[in-house]
Design a protein around this ligand. Structure first.
Ligand code: SAH
Length: 395
């Protein structure tokens, strides 16, 4: 294994178990690792610090172990089993009720660069680092060996790996074959998950508990689910007894999925209508229609993917939320989210605060929402906290 020696004092973050080594912290490398290779990281006095995957870029090493141990089949089996046992013991996997969850959440499960979502007997695995890409077959075997429900492993990394790397990832089944794709169950609701064509791994598992909360507040209400994607919030709203649900997404494919999912759970239910339209266009048009809702959900895509985009993202959140406040009835509720990792919960709250102040409505925070337990945040890697939500009472 090639050794990487850090500059003096640059070992401190690793001693606090932060899982990244930035390229600027490196003094020298003894040898020339290939991208994706396992490397050993030592401090300037040659004391062992960690083992991780090497990659060219500002994050040079992603740590997989702070112990000096062999990274072999045993290691991967142990890591996958640990992750599964944790989800199981937290009651996140309930036969015939919830079989849709995140098994591996990157740094949150001490496996930077790896995302694994489970949908019934199929998992969708995504590599964000070359190291995880190189080891994909081993990981796939470890998943099938340790998660009893899983038969198929679909690998989907064409768009998540650094495009400059000298690899050509191909999406496809590493183990097993295509299945029905309509057996994903979340809190007793059925979802069609299209991992072949859908965004990310095909379904946003991270909103599961926030959807349940929405269900509780849905009875008798008119509801707008903006940025609906697969219609998750819409289906919960319907089970919660909403009197009307409007789902909006600019993608026609998303609207198709939403319609399918509503139909799968509430066939021929006239309470639901979907619109393939841009969010602002739809909201602006509500003026003309003179329409308001009892409850609005705003779950937009990440407005800021990099730190440079932060200012514009905050403006975007303010503008969007200000628009939503215009169309909430007095005594209505707003569920508003941000999944941008670079936006902190304080910044997001400030953006929503500015929007509320502009609307001159009296607004109270009912709930502050986050990501669920199958998307854990490594305490040593606070950057892993990405999903933020506020539930607001709007007078
Ligand atoms: N709420 C969803 C996830 C939303 S993902 C869930 O619970 O699963 C974000 C969605 O916003 C995507 O489906 C994307 O197609 C849609 N989107 C992106 N830009 C948009 C725009 N300008 N107007 C409307 N929808 C948009």
């Amino acid at each position: 294994m090639i050794t990487i020696i850090l500059k003096p004092k640059k070992e401190e973050s690793l001693q606090r178990f932060h899982p990244w080594v930035f390229s600027g912290a490196i003094q020298r490398m003894e040898g020339k690792p290939a991208e994706g290779d396992l490397v050993e990281v030592l401090d300037s006095n040659r004391n062992f610090l960690a083992i991780g995957h090497y990659q060219i870029g500002s994050i040079a090493v992603r740590v997989v172990s702070f112990e000096n141990i062999a990274i072999n089949d045993n290691f991967w089996n142990r890591k996958i089993l640990q992750a599964y046992v944790m989800r199981k013991s937290l009651g996140l996997i309930v036969p015939n009720y919830t079989n849709t969850y995140r098994l591996i959440h990157g740094e949150g499960d001490s496996l930077p660069g790896l995302i694994v979502d489970v949908y019934d007997d199929t998992v969708v695995m995504q590599a964000h680092s070359i190291g995880m890409h190189e080891i994909r077959e081993t990981i796939a075997k470890a998943i099938v060996a340790n998660v009893p429900e899983v038969k198929n492993v679909y690998y989907k990394s064409e768009t998540t790996l650094p495009f400059k790397a000298a690899i050509e990832p191909e999406d496809g089944y590493l183990i097993g074959k295509e299945t029905t794709q309509l057996s994903a169950l979340e809190n007793g609701l059925r979802f069609h998950v299209d991992w072949l064509r859908g965004q990310k791994t095909g379904f946003f598992v991270d909103q599961r508990e926030n959807r349940l909360l929405l269900e509780r507040y849905s009875a008798g209400k008119s509801i707008l689910n903006m940025f609906c994607y697969t219609g998750g919030f819409s289906v919960y709203a319907m089970r919660g007894g909403a009197k009307l649900v409007h789902s909006v997404d600019s993608s026609a494919k998303a609207i198709d999925l939403t319609d399918k999912n509503v139909e799968a759970n509430f066939p021929k239910d006239s309470r639901h209508t979907s619109f393939a339209e841009d969010a602002f266009k739809y909201l602006n048009n509500l003026h003309t229609l003179n329409q308001q809702y009892d409850l609005i959900i705003l779950d937009p895509p990440a407005f800021a993917k990099h730190r440079e985009a932060l200012r514009n993202a905050l403006k975007g959140y303010k503008r969007l939320n200000a628009k939503a406040f215009e169309f909430i009835k007095p005594g209505g509720i707003l569920f508003t989210f941000s999944c941008s990792q670079v936006v902190t919960k304080e910044q997001f709250r400030l953006a929503v605060f500015s929007a509320a102040a502009e609307s001159k409505r009296n607004v109270r925070i009912l709930h502050q929402l986050s990501q669920p337990a199958d998307h854990p945040i490594n305490i040593y890697h606070p950057e892993g906290e990405y999903l933020k939500g506020l539930v607001l009472w709007v007078e």
